[in-house]
Design a protein around this ligand. Structure first.
Ligand code: PLP
Length: 223
């Protein structure tokens, strides 16, 4: 076994353990392997080891990498970065694009809806800590965005996404994960909760994550 496949297996075991602690079915949790700033070969290695969902947060990097990786049965790309409207066409042209995580404005929803002809799954990103450095809408405007998304002809609102501030102790972000779950329920915002990264995905799963986005723990540190 390569190192990468061992790390992937370890992440899968931790996903399973966290789900069982929360009395959840581990198959309810989708692992998105975040391959940003890692070469296409690493994506292929992870695919061979069983990963199917891959996350990228720069449009140009994804546009370059997807053809290098090539088409593989079941391989799905997730766009997890902040999307500029002028990059929407390039993103939508990516073969295998399955879900766009970081949508946070009505303008962006409308731009995506206008440019896509096939149904596109989106997650609304919520900035729960009010960090100026991060994208995401405020909880206060989420209701309006949910309504806007529901009014889009080609978009399917799949749920919510968040990225809490970095902390040393993952227990410190449990409250943010809980808040996202409550917001989804309050606004009936779709089935998915995309939350949890390498440092805190077990806590996110305990709080209801259905998608975890894990990079470093699978692919190793980025330059
Ligand atoms: C980079 C990134 C991740 C993964 O981070 P790791 O700490 O490497 O697991 C998850 N979500 C988003 C939005 C990211 O940009």
């Amino acid at each position: 076994m390569t190192e990468l496949s061992e790390r992937l297996a370890a992440v899968h075991r931790r996903i399973e353990a966290a789900a069982l602690r929360a009395k959840r079915d581990p198959s309810e949790v989708t692992l998105v392997a975040v391959s940003k700033r890692k070469p296409a070969e690493d994506v292929v290695t992870a695919y061979v080891a069983g990963a199917r969902h891959f996350g990228e947060n720069y449009v140009q990097e994804l546009v370059d990498k997807a053809p290098q990786v090539g088409a593989h049965p079941g391989l799905v790309w997730h766009y997890i970065g902040h999307l500029q409207r002028n990059k929407a066409n390039a993103l939508l042209a990516v073969e295998g694009l399955g879900l766009v995580h970081g949508v946070d404005s009505a303008k962006l929803l409308r731009a995506l809806d206008k440019r896509t002809t096939s149904p596109l799954g989106v997650l609304l990103q919520v900035n729960l800590a009010g960090e100026a450095s991060k994208s995401g809408c405020t909880p206060e405007v989420l209701g309006e965005l949910v309504a806007e998304a529901r009014g889009c002809e080609h978009l399917e609102l799949r749920g919510l996404m968040t990225m809490p501030p970095p902390v040393d102790d993952p227990e410190d972000v449990r409250g943010f994960f809980r808040q996202l779950r409550e917001l989804r329920e309050r606004h009936d915002a779709g089935p998915e909760l995309s939350m949890g990264m390498s440092s805190d995905f077990p806590v996110a799963i305990e709080e209801g994550a259905t998608i975890v986005r894990v990079g470093t723990a699978i692919f190793g540190a980025r330059d």
